[in-house]
Design a protein around this ligand. Structure first.
Ligand code: MTE
Ligand code: MO
Length: 565
């Protein structure tokens, strides 16, 4: 065949996919602010650059970023040393790193870990010193402490949730199955070398060993069953609808498992503040410091958030060292963590080493620049951190853990469903309702099919949901809490750029096959008789047992297709 000239076309092989909105990250922005529409293309993969001279000028990283305390592996102190922070920042900004693959437009990799977290790994090794081995150590701890069936959404910083069938199989989540949400490494702290510092606007700043805190003559024990929920729970539903803020760590693509319930033992933070002589000079917030290093916008710090004194005063903030009858697992904050009842998980600081009394909420990035609930019209090109509500109490929410979306269900008129319901701020699920018709008619879960009520805990539930329908249905779940708050009915109603707090009614689409119907029963029997597999729904098979030509002919005789006049 004659070889022709290469045709002058601009299509790329993935043109159709791109045109159909399946690869949004490859699309140019259309700039229509001038006379002509101008496409603004995404950059070609950037060349990795490194200003070696600038990095060398920062100094000896091993010395600069050394372990702060003996017996505290992975601990670099940043908050006390602004010059050190500046040096780490200099290192991170004197080079570029390979961009992380886009995961919001999919397909999300079919691997476990789902995402590797290459940027955070690279930042840690670039800073070096004590942080050099943090990513490897973290993964080793995951493999030691977590259940082999955990779904590792992000390898480093480690973010993982249990699979659906294990999320609600017990009312108290076994430690190995409790979800984990980290912003950095997992420090390995020797409890005999441990010390908690209390300073800032308290009358008598003090330091405590673990034994001091465990001294029952000073601090009465508290034991509480508490559900912890990440504000990222069910984020995947928001992502699937519209892409939002894109970095991997703040934005792990959680499903319904970023919630867990445990029995914690510890003491009330209020008593410790009192032991320091109480707050002074208008202190109204307590800043809580976690040991590990967190990189935010190439700035380096420790994990810091704050809680208001009013919450502490109500004895709703625990310093805990025991989780479900065991010392805290390393991955959950050993030896000491905060547990804030009814607030988003982010305030429950793990590897706690310092509490500082301050006047206003912390300006540290996790408190002031993340976990913000923006208005829908706030996004990448206009946002300011003050445009978001700082998320504290979680709203009422719920989820269906079984069946799964897109599943086909053979049933006899009732579909068995299971799930959880939770409300923050000390409210609790009072009623859970399911709909098999997209949210028009609702059935309440019978009280005896809901787990026990608790002020700070979720309730798990099961229901046989009546369903007469054949074909695709949408099962919806919503909860009413004891204040009669309920959930918005669709994701869009509460969609936000930060992709937080997906608290809308949980919807799944399943294909209902109702075997109480004679026709269905017969046809399935025909599949079985001929040994034709029933799954998957979309597989085409030549199934015998339809009408014969003669039967068709007789039918059209009795019920003519057309009218004569
Ligand atoms: N030091 C520290 N504390 C932390 C975090 C963290 O990354 N570092 N993550 C927070 C977030 S966002 C959540 S949801 C909870 C999760 O607690 P878990 O990992 O024990 O389930 O811990 C919080 N405490
Ligand atoms: Mo979280």
């Amino acid at each position: 065949m004659e070889v022709r000239e290469k045709p002058a076309i601009k299509n790329r092989p993935d043109e159709w996919m791109i045109e159909q909105g399946m690869a949004g990250h490859k699309l140019p922005i259309l700039n229509q602010t001038g006379k002509e529409t101008v496409p603004l293309y995404p950059p070609q993969p950037d060349k990795i650059v490194q200003d070696k001279e600038a990095i060398r000028a920062v100094g000896n990283r091993k010395k600069l970023f050394a372990r702060e305390r003996e017996g505290w592996v992975g601990y670099v102190e940043w908050e006390n040393y602004p010059e050190k922070k500046a040096k780490a920042h200099k290192i991170l900004t004197s080079q570029t790193f390979p961009p992380c693959p886009d995961y919001q437009w999919g397909p999300i990799p079919g691997t476990n870990p789902v995402l590797p977290g290459d940027d955070f790994k690279a930042w840690h090794t670039a800073i070096g010193g004590e942080l050099t081995t943090v990513a490897d150590d973290s993964w080793k701890t995951v493999l030691k402490e977590k259940h082999p069936e955990m779904l590792h959404l992000l390898q480093f910083p480690y973010n993982g949730e249990p699979p659906k069938r294990l999320t609600t199989s017990k009312v108290i989540t076994p430690n190995s199955l409790h979800f984990v949400r980290n912003h950095g490494g997992i420090p390995l702290i020797d409890k005999d070398k441990f010390e908690l510092k209390l300073d800032g606007l308290v009358k008598n700043p003090k330091k405590y060993t673990l034994d001091d805190l465990m001294d029952e003559s000073k601090f009465p024990r508290m034991e509480k069953t508490i559900t912890m929920q990440c504000s990222g729970t069910r984020r995947i539903e928001q992502i699937s609808l519209y892409a939002g803020q894109g970095d991997e760590v703040p934005q792990a693509p959680w499903a319904e498992g970023a919630i867990g319930t445990a029995r914690y033992v510890g003491i009330s933070l209020k008593k410790v503040i009192k032991d320091c002589g109480g707050l002074i000079n208008g202190a109204k917030h307590l800043e809580l410091y976690g040991v590990e290093t967190y990189v935010k916008d190439l700035d380096v710090g420790n994990y810091v958030v704050s809680v208001p004194w009013s919450k502490v005063k109500a004895n709703e903030v625990i310093l805990a060292w025991e989780m479900n009858g065991e010392p805290l697992p390393k991955i959950h904050g050993y030896p000491l963590r905060v547990v804030v009842m009814g607030y988003i998980g982010a305030r429950s600081v793990k590897w706690l080493y310092r509490i500082k009394a301050i006047e206003n909420p912390s300006v540290a990035p996790v408190q002031a620049r993340e976990y913000l609930y923006f208005n829908q019209q706030v996004g990448k090109y206009n946002l300011r951190p003050i445009d978001g509500i700082q998320i504290q109490e979680m709203p009422v929410s719920s989820a269906i853990m079984s069946p799964w979306s897109k599943q086909t269900i053979f049933h006899n008129g009732k579909i068995h469903c299971k799930g959880w319901a939770y409300s923050g701020g000390g409210r609790w699920p009072e009623r859970v309702e399911l709909s098999a018709d997209g949210g028009f008619n609702w059935y309440a879960v019978p009280e005896e099919q809901l787990s026990k009520k608790g002020k700070w805990t979720w309730r798990t539930w099961e229901i046989d949901l009546p369903c007469d329908v054949e074909g695709w249905i949408e099962i919806v779940c919503r909860c009413w809490d004891n204040s009669l708050n309920t959930q918005p009915l669709n994701v869009r109603a509460a969609w936000n750029w930060g992709l937080h707090v997906t608290s809308s009614a949980h919807r799944i689409r399943v294909y209902s096959v109702n075997k109480t119907r004679e026709l269905t029963k017969k046809r399935i029997a025909a599949f079985e008789k001929s040994g034709i597999p029933l799954a998957p729904l979309t597989r085409y098979d030549a199934v015998p047992g339809g009408l014969t030509d003669q039967e068709l002919d007789e039918y059209w005789k009795a019920y003519p297709r057309d009218v004569d006049e």
